[in-house]
Design a protein around this ligand. Structure first.
Ligand code: OSB
Ligand code: MG
Length: 341
């Protein structure tokens, strides 16, 4: 699926998505899941083709290590199926429903110029989004944030580095404290906790961990070491709703706010993210935004829309709450595998 705008992070640029969708069938019903890994092993170790092999060759209950996104796509499909069997919306099935509308933010990639970035932010603020996240990397950080703050002094703003820095950059990163950001996301190593704790002690800006938190155990360790004040929860990264729920519970117990991250999902993964965001601890706006920011045509109907107040209203239909556009999915499917059990 071609993206409406290419998306650039500190680890690379994506113009087109190659997405694995999972359909689980039982009792004449279908549940749908999405594998949220990238096309290349740059965000974490998984990519579309590794997930394909895991899902094909290691059906549950085979215990495997890692490959959370492959497993998470299947787990989410099972949750959707369970919800449909029970005749309840997915948000209810997973124990959510704390809020009828979820607060939405946007993630804006690295742009070709600061002017272009300011124009993109203008558009999203005008659309009503409740906070803006910009991607940063060495050479596109302090000066850029300074320009954004000059133009948008009152907009809730944060920056995501996707592991582009090391502890040696601590003094440089401390300059971001001047801009009263809501948080800085994953500045250091993708698998690090200890260096983040050392950095957090030097920064006024709260650190939010993304890549480093793959389980509730990691969340407990990060909180115990004061490595972060906030946690981004992504369904795929943590292997599905069950572990996402456990991380959420760890956060709530410790007074650590959580929010739902995104992985440039199609409408199916987006619908899962909406359900997850109704758990009570998801008090900060997530990277869950309208289908039209990504896709000319989405794989669900209606497309996911955001209100002028920057919220998505949850739906009451059983399961995901959105219709699967099978005809469109079939027309863009390049590979299919049926696993019978
Ligand atoms: O770190 O949150 C991230 C996209 C791809 C890989 C990693 C990340 C992102 C985003 C985009 O920030 C979030 C979205 O709008 O889906
Ligand atoms: Mg991130």
């Amino acid at each position: 699926m071609p993206l409406v705008h290419p998306f650039e992070t500190s680890f690379g640029r994506t113009a087109e998505r190659r997405i694995i969708l999972v359909e689980v069938c039982a009792d004449g019903l279908s549940g749908w899941g999405e594998v949220t890994c990238g096309e290349h092993p740059f965000y974490n170790e998984e990519w579309t083709d590794s997930a394909w092999l895991i899902l094909r060759d290691y059906p549950p209950p085979t215990p495997i290590r890692g490959h959370n996104m492959a497993r998470g796509g299947l787990e989410a499909a099972m949750c959707d199926l369970e919800a449909r069997r029970a005749g309840v919306p997915l948000w209810k099935q997973i124990g959510g429903g704390a809020r009828p509308e979820i607060p939405c933010g946007v993630s804006i990639g690295i742009q070709d110029s600061v002017d272009e970035l300011l124009r993109r932010i203008d558009t999203e603020v005008a659309a009503g989004y409740q906070r803006i996240k910009i991607k940063i990397k060495p050479g596109w950080d302090v000066l850029v944030v300074n320009e954004v703050r000059k133009r948008f002094p009152r907009t809730p703003l944060m920056a995501d580095a996707n592991s582009a820095y090391t502890l040696a950059d601590a003094d440089h990163l401390r300059r971001l404290d001047d801009f009263y950001l809501m948080m800085i996301e994953q500045p250091l190593g993708h698998d690090d906790i200890v260096d983040h704790a050392e950095l957090q002690a030097k920064l006024a800006t709260p650190i939010c961990l993304d890549e480093s938190i793959r389980s509730a155990h990691h969340a407990e360790q990060a909180i115990r070491l004061h490595a972060c004040h906030i946690i981004n929860i992504k369904l795929g990264r943590v292997g599905g709703f069950a572990e996402a729920r456990r991380i959420h519970d760890v956060g709530v117990k410790a007074g650590i706010p959580v929010w739902c991250g995104g992985m440039l999902e199609s409408g199916i993964g987006r619908a899962h993210n909406i359900a997850l965001s109704t758990l009570p601890g998801f008090v900060l706006p997530g990277d869950v935004s309208a289908s039209s920011r990504y896709w000319a045509r989405d794989v669900v109907t209606p497309a996911i829309e955001v209100t002028a107040q920057g919220t998505i209203v949850t739906r009451d239909e059983p399961g995901l709450g959105y219709e699967i556009d099978r005809e469109y999915i079939d027309s863009i499917t390049v590979r299919q595998e049926v696993v019978s059990r």
